[in-house]
Structures are given as C-alpha cells and as structure tokens.
Design a protein around this ligand. Structure first.
Ligand SMILES: N[C@@H](CCC(=O)N[C@@H](CS)C(=O)NCC(=O)O)C(=O)O
Length: 219
C-alpha cells in the first residue's frame, strides 16, 4: 500500500520546518499543506484539536502533533538515517536539550521575534545566558549527535530565526565573537543542503523587514 504522508505547516514556522528537515533527511515523499494561521482549516482543527497549531503530520490518516513528538514518530517509523541516538542515555540527553531549546531558549528568543523592535537589556541577557549554556553543552562536537545531523540540531533551527531578527533589528545577541563555538556549529548547519533548504532565510528577512519597518513607521 502506498503510504500517505501529509504535513500541515506554515512556511515561516521553525516548528513545521523541523518536520521538513526530518522528512527530507529520511527521503520520505510527502504532501505539504500550507495553513493560514489567521483562518485555520477545518482539517487542522480536526487533527490538532488540543493545541490547534501547526505542524501536524498525517500518516495514513493518523495525525501526530507537536514538532518534537513528530520528529520521534518519524524516526521510529522510518528507521534509516536515524535522527535520535540508539543509546538510551544519549537519547535521553538529546530529548533533554531539545526540551531546553523549546522551554528556555525559544520563549526568551520569541520575545524579540514578536517584539515591537525594542527589547530591554534583560531579555537580551536572558537569551545570551541560554546560548551560553547551549554552547558549553556542545563543546567541540561537530553536530549535536556527533558526526551527522540529529535531533538537537533539527530542534535548534530556531537559532536561525533569532539570527534573522537580530540582522533585521541590527542587534548583537548571537555573534561570532560572543559565541565562537555556537557560531561554528550553526555555520555547519547552514551549510548542510537539507537544512539550508528548510531555513527560508531570504523570505524571512523580507517578512521581518516589512514587519519591523511597519512598526517603526507607526511609532
Ligand atoms: N510546541 C509546538 C509549537 C508549534 C507552534 O507554536 N506553532 C505555531 C506557529 S509557529 C502555531 O501554529 N500557532 C497558531 C496559534 O497559536 O494559533 C511544536 O513544537 O509543534
């Protein structure tokens, strides 16, 4: 039976982009459905009634929601090109750091991403504190899981959204001189063909320029 794989996503969402990275790394064919989050489709509301958010993966009619849960589902369903480590301890650590990214770094970074373009010093310091933690965890590793792109690298795509906002607003939050270890790591991610395809840098830059430009103009 041919597999039915559908992804309900939104182009500018790092969470739905994570799923595209995983599906592409595994070479899984899928149908992509772009959602208008200001007018959510009945399908999205049906498949993710709890959070009503993208991304949702529909596999042979069965929905899976929440990006980190979907990543694990993909990894267990299509076992080639593994994303999570096999070793239970390493796997637990990968889950720990992905959770850290979503529960610590992203909420802090989001304050700038959805800001009015003016962020207090404390917000920047909070983000930098989390970046420092992440950098010390990564140490000399090429990718989070070692030699190839893995779970934490994919979850860390939110860093590129932070970089785009920092560029748009002319901020100095995450720079090479402040975080040389992180810089090397995300440059490696940025050079990965699949990853590159799934970070819509230019389009995001355009959208944030319009957004922050409009905010500045209305002040
Ligand atoms: N924890 C969720 C976050 C997903 C999320 O925040 N999705 C946003 C887009 S970036 C969304 O669908 N927002 C619609 C809404 O909140 O109504 C995940 O990892 O999948």
């Amino acid at each position: 039976m041919a597999e039915e794989v559908k992804l309900f996503g939104m182009w500018a969402s790092p969470f739905s982009r994570r799923i595209e990275v995983a599906l592409k790394l595994k070479g899984i064919q899928y149908e992509y459905i772009e959602e208008d989050l200001s007018n959510k489709s009945p399908s999205l509301l049906k498949y993710n009634p709890v959070h009503k958010k993208i991304p949702v993966l529909l596999h042979n009619g069965k929905p899976v929601a929440e990006s980190l849960v979907i990543l694990e589902y993909i990894d267990e369903t299509w076992k080639h090109n593994p994303i999570l480590p096999a070793d239970p301890y390493e796997k637990a650590m990968a889950r720990f750091w992905a959770k850290f990214l979503d529960e610590k770094l992203w909420p802090a970074a989001k304050k700038v991403v959805v800001s009015k373009g003016e962020e207090p010093k404390e917000v920047i310091e909070e983000i930098q504190e989390h970046l420092k933690t992440l950098e010390s965890e990564l140490k000399e590793k090429k990718f989070s899981g070692g030699e190839s792109l893995g779970f934490v690298d994919i979850a860390a795509n939110i860093i590129f959204w932070l970089l785009v906002v920092q560029e748009t607003l002319g901020l100095d939050i995450l720079t090479e001189d402040k975080f040389p270890g992180l810089h090397e790591w995300y440059q490696r991610l940025a050079d990965d063909a699949v990853f590159k395809e799934c970070v819509p840098r230019e389009r995001l830059l355009g959208a944030f320029k319009v957004r922050f430009g409009a905010l500045t103009a209305s002040k």
